[in-house]
Write a protein that binds this ligand. Structure first.
Ligand code: 26Q
Length: 805
């Protein structure tokens, strides 16, 4: 990639905006500038993209395909400018014309093709694969509508469609010549061939075209450009038969386009949605066909050799049909027998699990799978038969466990069981999560296939989550330890030497202060709420879920409010509690928690006794772009899930990297953060996962007893029941009943006391400014371990068996 100079850049920009006409660049609209700059980037990366593909064709490295129903990539212009080395010159050039890059970047719609952690992890992995020079690609769905947009109206969440393709998407390239057919439904027929083998044919299927759109994934300053291929569903029929069938065809076409219509919000409550299963098979079938075609093009070898040159990672169970789809193609289309097809398949596919919540493990009704995918169902059935028989004969001691291990049981296909049985690797996403999988949730399988289970602690791309979103901190870091950390994030550890260096800490402090002030301005512009940038910014940003315990956080705020009302002169370091979270549309309790946070905010922010010391802000429509504003400004990172419930968390890593101090339970990757930074640099509290699991086994504790004995808690709960702070119209009876009468399944009351105490400790510790800054720098220093570069190297070496080109 050649480095452009400012003048040349300006010339190119002019040429890239044909609509400019007689106007000067200074008069261009932000939209024109956005597309103009994107075009320059696309021209710059085009050659690298082709060359990357050419070098894969020449050197024939093993290729990794990351299959995921979600890729939460957010905006791409700034990341692409950064990675291809054009960010600085772009800023300079725009400055010369009195334009500000920030105002141009916001023109781009977030690509919100994901719900949260799982989708963002996939995006970080692609960035690391390209930046480390691995031949690794993403395969996903080009949803017309991404995750819903959230508005908060009178304190309630309202969902709106995310029409992100309303403007042309600058980063996609349609590849119509590489489209493939995906077949649904139909009947299976079998004929005996003369040699006695069976010929399997699918008749009368409904066929859907999968049209690929490729998005470039630009490696950081290394000239590598990989691809994220997103499939779009289109009608396969030609346009010739019109007239009589016109309306029927139109209706059919609409229902086909729906397959890539919208992203399902993470909603374990709403199960068995036929369209979601169609989406999964659509992704899987198109992708497997593509993978096989590429293997054939690059290697003149039989498909049985694929495991030498291909690895397929499935992101949770959502793409598990990869296993029967591979079997189908190998057997029905390529003539392999079961044994050989199985041996190939189980050397290709590796499975990542992202949850321990038993209720979140995916199952599909047999009747639905049979109807929608008859041949795939037969194959799953056969996998199940063979697996159960093998257990029966080879592991007689496990006979009792067959019902709970069978791939098909209780009229359902159990996707995690299929994924474990049919893959070479099963990994969890943080040490404790993998341990819980092995010890509890998947113990039966672990004892059967111990060598398959492994841990890959999650990571985040430090390029986006530090270098891009916090350039001032990044450049301070490079000033003292040099810039090598950008390519080798583990070198951030050298910062430890400066964590007591007063002049450095002073600068770190000014950077954090400036980030907080910038956020305060944004918050004011968006909400009209004035927040004090000198206050402690206490941040909880993640999907709204009971196990993540936003309720515990807001109970603490209510507690502080009550204290201040009792004693308005109470000494309290001013605090700002920032929340952002989307709730699944059908998740009533989660929506009530959003409502409660907003109502508490409206009381606390206006009460003369509290408004100077407490502010609560709920920012609507949490997405990647909002996270990018909040994370550099956080002082406290709230990671307070019920122990054992959060598989890993990745927001915890992002905030740590930006110098926030974690306030967390011993859950997910928090534990590994603690291992590194120690208790001197982190605040932990609450039940351990062992204690939580013990309570579950032995019937829990009594929430009502706690309610009786703890005056603070009783006051808060009564405020929910009687109307928040005595205001009848603000009553939250359902939350009250959920906590007291469902016996507090997420231990909000049980952990309340420890949480309050820890907050009091934090308040004390914040007063020692130097020590706080030391803690902050220590956190950044240790965060290198959580770069997704480290994670990807582990997947590469331990699962995929690949090396960088
Ligand atoms: C389920 C049914 C129907 C439709 C959608 C879904 C669905 C969609 C998305 C279920 C789950 C998800 C996403 C789960 C997820 O993001 N899990 C998080 O993964 C992160 C990355 O590993 C972890 O850090 C988090 O701890 C984990 O919660």
């Amino acid at each position: 990639m050649t480095r452009l100079r400012k003048q040349e850049f300006l010339e190119r920009l002019k040429m890239s905006i044909p609509s400019l006409g007689e106007r000067s660049l200074g008069e261009a609209t932000e939209q024109e500038l956005y597309y103009g700059i994107a075009q320059i980037v696309n021209e710059e990366i085009k050659q690298d993209w082709q060359q990357t593909e050419a070098s894969y064709a020449k050197k024939k490295p093993k290729q990794v395909y990351y299959l995921s129903m979600e890729f939460l990539i957010g905006r791409m212009l700034e990341a692409n400018l950064l990675n291809c080395g054009l960010l600085e010159v772009t800023k300079e050039a725009l400055e010369e014309m009195d334009h500000c890059l920030d105002q141009i970047l916001v023109i781009e719609n977030d690509a919100a093709l994901g719900n949260g952690g799982l989708g963002r992890l996939a995006a970080c992995f692609l960035d690391s694969l390209a930046s480390l020079g691995y031949a690794g690609h993403g395969l996903g769905i080009r949803y017309c509508y991404g995750l819903f947009k959230q508005r908060v109206i009178q304190g309630h969440q309202v969902e709106l469609p995310d029409d992100w393709l309303s403007m042309p998407y600058a980063w996609e390239v349609q590849k119509p010549e590489e489209q493939v057919l995906v077949r649904f439904g139909g009947e299976v027929s079998m004929h005996a061939r003369t040699d006695g083998s069976l010929e399997i044919e699918l008749r009368n299927t409904e066929d859907v075209l999968a049209v690929p759109y490729d998005v470039p994934i630009v490696g950081y300053e290394n000239n590598v450009v990989n691809s994220l291929r997103l499939w779009s569903a289109e009608s396969a029929g030609g346009e010739e038969e019109c007239s009589r069938t016109f309306y029927r065809d139109l209706e059919n076409e609409q229902s086909i386009k729906q397959i890539s219509g919208y992203l399902y919000p993470d909603d374990s409550e709403e199960e068995g949605k036929q369209l979601r299963l169609k989406q999964q098979y659509f992704l899987v079938s198109a992708s497997v066909q593509e993978i096989i075609r590429t293997f054939r093009r690059l290697h003149q070898k039989p498909l049985s050799k694929m495991p030498e040159k291909v690895a397929i990672q499935i992101n949770d169970t959502h793409p598990t049909l990869t296993i029967p789809e591979l079997m189908r193609i190998l057997m029905d289309e390529e003539g392999y027998g079961w044994e050989e097809a199985w041996s190939v398949t189980t050397k290709l596919v590796a499975y990542t699990n992202h949850t321990t919540l038993a209720e979140a493990l995916e199952t599909w009704p047999v009747a639905l799978v049979k109807k929608l995918l008859p041949r795939i169902y037969q194959i799953i059935h056969e996998v199940n038969e063979r697996f159960c028989q093998w257990l029966w004969f080879n592991h007689p001691s496990k006979r009792d466990q067959i019902p709970q291990m069978a791939v098909i049981a209780d009229g359902q296909v159990h996707m995690a069981r299929l994924a474990i049985v049919g893959s070479l690797s099963v990994n969890g996403v943080a040490r404790i999560h993998t341990d819980i999988l092995k010890k509890e949730e998947m113990n039966d399988f672990y004892r059967l296939f111990p060598e398959r289970f492994n841990n890959k602690t999650n990571g985040i791309t430090h390029r986006r989550w530090l270098l891009q979103i916090n350039p001032a901190l990044a450049s301070l870091i490079s000033d003292v330890i040099g810039a090598a950390w950008v390519k080798r994030p583990s070198q951030l550890i050298s910062l430890l030497r400066y964590s007591k260096d007063q002049p450095f800490l002073e600068e770190v402090s000014s950077v954090k202060q400036a980030n907080k002030q910038k956020l305060a301005n944004d918050v004011y512009n968006q909400t009209g709420v004035m927040i004090d940038s000198q206050s402690i910014f206490d941040v909880q940003i993640k999907r709204l879920h009971e196990y993540k315990r936003q309720l515990l956080n807001i109970f603490h705020v209510m507690h502080l409010f009550n204290e201040l009302k009792d004693n308005p002169r109470l000494e309290l370091t001013p605090r700002t509690f920032l929340f952002a979270a989307k709730a699944a549309p059908s998740y009533y309790i989660a929506k009530e928690i959003i409502h409660l946070i907003n109502k508490v905010a409206s009381v606390v922010n206006h009460d003369p006794d509290t408004k100077e010391k407490l502010k609560v802000v709920f920012l609507e429509n949490y997405n990647i772009s909002l996270a990018e504003k909040l994370i550099p400004a956080a002082d406290i990172s709230e990671q307070i899930s019920t122990a054992s419930k959060e598989a890993s968390g990745t927001g915890n890593m992002k905030m740590m990297m930006n110098g926030a101090i974690t306030l967390g339970t011993l859950d997910g990757a928090n534990i590994e953060i603690l291992d590194l930074v120690g208790h001197a640099n982190m605040f932990t509290f609450g039940l351990t996962s062992e204690e939580v699991l013990d309570y579950y086994r032995n019937g829990g504790y009594s929430a009502k007893d706690l309610y009786q004995t703890d005056d603070r808690l009783r006051r808060i709960l009564d405020q929910l029941n009687d109307g928040v702070f005595g205001l009848e119209r603000l009553s939250f009876k359902d939350l009250y009943y959920q906590v007291l009468y469902q016996n507090d399944p997420y231990f909000v009351l049980k952990d309340f006391d420890a949480y309050i105490e820890t907050h009091e400790l934090i308040e004390q510790r914040y007063k020692d400014k130097w020590n706080w800054l030391t803690m902050s720098v220590n956190n950044t220093a240790y965060s290198g371990r959580f770069s997704s570069d480290r994670t990807i190297k582990e997947y590469a070496a331990e699962i995929w068996g690949i090396k960088p080109l």
